[in-house]
Design a protein around this ligand. Structure first.
Ligand SMILES: [Zn+2]
Length: 297
């Protein structure tokens, strides 16, 4: 277990219990989420170390969204994925101001996003911890995806764009990754980080049942203000913050399920619609946020 006696972000000793929750996804084990009184950084306290973390990922399930499953669900899933991949590509191309270049995706999973970028003419490289996912990326998409231990060999100032789609919150050493990102990114390059937002309307509503706590897989629970501190500490500045709308529906439905409410799909959809609507008035309260960051001049 990893215990933090001070804030991992600002090093203040002034941290304390923020919320007690459970691993509702897999083991039902209890976990404490701590918050720093100085900078507001929120983190999972006493989480499994690197040698144990793998036990908390139902790896087969992560890979089970294969391309051959039939039926309405399979077809809808693939359709939704196509739409989302196209949107992510647009977000990256607009943020970078180019439609061709070199992109690194950290935590590239089964490689569908990089495959979309490659089809569109980008030069791609992926970093992925799961060996099965790396093999899948290579055999199905023909992608070059490396083990995280090899990230140090990616040349400095070589990438126009680096993306982390809901992966930074899983990493045991986020600051080490931030250093590598800073090194690998070209001076004018753009890094895109998508994360759950622990100061969102849905997080405040669902409290301990908020599905995006996802302990102990999620170790860090960012908000726009703590992402600002994190970026600054790593030598970046936040250029823009965008929301990723479909996440709020998924998170609300899952949170209702964890709360063991009847008709969780309907309730989650209705609450998700409400959170989606009110987030128009304050985007920084959206369930998930995409941070577009750039190196400081
Ligand atoms: Zn702090």
């Amino acid at each position: 277990m990893i215990h933090y006696s001070s804030c991992p972000l600002c090093d203040s000793k002034d941290t304390g219990l923020f919320i007690q929750t459970n691993d509702f996804f897999l083991t039902r084990e209890p976990y404490s989420i701590f918050r720093c009184s100085n900078c507001g950084f929120t983190f999972t306290q006493d989480h499994p170390d690197e040698s144990q973390a793998g036990n908390y990922y139902a790896s087969e399930e992560y890979l089970s969204h294969n391309d051959s499953s039939g039926g309405v669900t399979g077809t809808l899933y693939r359709l939704a994925r196509r739409i989302m991949l196209g949107r992510k590509r647009k977000i990256a191309e607009i943020a970078c101001g180019i439609t061709r270049g070199k992109i690194l995706d950290i935590g590239s999973g089964t490689g569908h996003f990089l495959a979309e970028m490659k089809r569109s003419g980008w030069e791609t490289i992926g970093v992925e911890i799961s060996e099965k996912a790396r093999q899948y990326s290579a055999s199905v998409h023909g992608l070059d995806v490396i083990d995280p231990g090899l990230i140090q060999f990616i040349p400095s100032s070589s990438c126009d764009c680096i993306t982390l789609w809901h992966t930074l919150e899983h990493f045991q050493h986020p600051f080490r990754y931030a250093e590598e990102i800073h090194r690998i990114l070209k001076p004018e390059g753009i890094c895109i980080i998508a994360l759950p937002n622990c100061s969102s309307h849905d997080a405040l509503h669902y409290r301990k049942f908020w599905a995006a706590w996802d302990v102990p897989r999620h170790l860090w629970h960012f908000s726009p203000s703590t992402m600002g501190f994190f970026a600054d500490k790593a030598g970046f500045m936040v250029k823009a913050v965008k929301s990723l709308p479909p996440d709020v529906f998924y998170i609300s439905i899952l949170s209702e399920k964890y709360r063991r409410k009847s008709l969780h799909f309907v309730r989650g959809f209705l609450w998700g619609s409400w959170f989606y609507l009110i987030s128009f008035f304050d985007r920084r309260k959206s369930s998930s946020l995409i941070y577009i960051i750039q190196k400081k001049a």
